[in-house]
Write a protein that binds this ligand. Sequence first.
Ligand code: NAP
Length: 301
Amino acid sequence: MKDLIIIGAGPAGLTAAVYALRAGRSVLLLEAKNYGGQIVNTPEIENYPGLKSVSGFDFAQALYEQATGFGAELVYEKACGIEDRNGIKAVLTESGHEYEGRAVIIATGAKNRPLGLPREEELIGRGISYCATCDGMFFRKKDVAVCGGGNTALEDAFFLSNYCNKVYVIHRRDEFRGSAKDLEKLKTRPNVEFVLNANVTDLIGDAKLTAVEVTDKLTGEKREIPVSGLFVAIGQIPDNLAFTGVAKLDGSGYIEAGEDCRTGTPGVYTAGDCRTKEVRQLTTAAADGAVAALAASSGLE
Ligand code: NAP
């Protein structure tokens, strides 16, 4: 049995592991996919204090090495429930295993929100992507589109404009949620075209994506934009339904907890993007990881 089981090895979970291990606790990390979480998809981080510029991949790698260097164990299994057994927490996984801990931190982050269009899933890997850093190079010298108006969309479009012939940025409003600095930087690129007040309403192409249908929100006019790739960057959705037995979710599926990261169930904490909060940044995920780990560790005294 471990002192602490941390579900999710993204920035929040890995930071929690570092803090708990340095507090003398034993830690098991459970991760459904890959360590690092969504930050591995970010081409360049420029707003993490003390690091002028680092790729998301390098950042995740360094944090993973830091946590495992302190003694964190990592098991690649998807947690599908938490049971309380006389104060001991049993974390159940989809592989049919159970891991016991004296406390649990849920740090499951969030996953990419799909557009919800017919054939979107079928065309993943055939033109549809949710990760510009992972798949951008496949579209070298081709025309692509990015859908979204947040930081991810702006950064993805900038990254893709280095390699692609043309990058359309399709956004449902004419104002951007992403940072003004990134927007200005993007506007300097001659191969970027903004398609504003517009929604992607259809995906065209049989075996592969060949075009997207875009509908102007103001006029209702439809047009086809020929592209080989569509990068969907319209935010994230949480994945916390497995934990409703021990944690309350808000209307959007985020775990309800304040800045102290306590869920209301003794011994169960939550950290990072999966928690209800105003600001979801790398810094706030790391901060949550520290707060949750220290609270969990002192709760074991
Ligand atoms: P986001 O900030 O939630 O932005 C999502 C964008 O997609 C918004 O522009 C939104 O439009 C649009 N959208 C949402 N649902 C849509 C739909 N169904 N159809 C069409 N468009 C839709 O998501 P994000 O850009 O992934 O960023 C998530 C968080 O990570 C943010 O807090 C962001 O600041 C942070 N982040 C930070 C960095 C960095 O600091 N380097 C990099 C990446 C992300 P509306 O604006 O109209 O709502």
